[in-house]
Design a protein. Sequence first.
Length: 147
Amino acid sequence: MRCFHKAYGNFGRGVLYRNFAGQGCYRETIYSLLCVANMKATAWNNGSHHKSGAGYGLKLAAPDRDRYFKRCWKSICIRLPNGLEVEVNTDKASFWNESCRELINKGIGIWLIESHKAPWPLGTPPTFQLLPQGERSFILQEDETEQ
């Protein structure tokens, strides 16, 4: 899967971008996403620990979610440390409420299991850095403080 976006021109207050599914949203400037600090992402599981990878994801802090994600996005793409890209649905109420904030995808679970990061000891999920790379595009990296 390729994750990309395309600028469609300046519309006064910002630039209209359309993602690969055709949804558009305004951005004040592309630099607001390209010039940002990393955010912490904590491995998450719904309690099932399926060997298929289902039920796994990454949990974000609410301030990071609000700063680096846009409600008009239907999905985002994450490049995992093994080079694979996964598309994650962000167009759901649970991602935007105060208690959940998880990016859930079976591909994330498969990577966590194959890289021996899941399952983890109770109460000690691994943490990672999620780096914004542009509109709807992120890279997941190992958290250097955990190594």
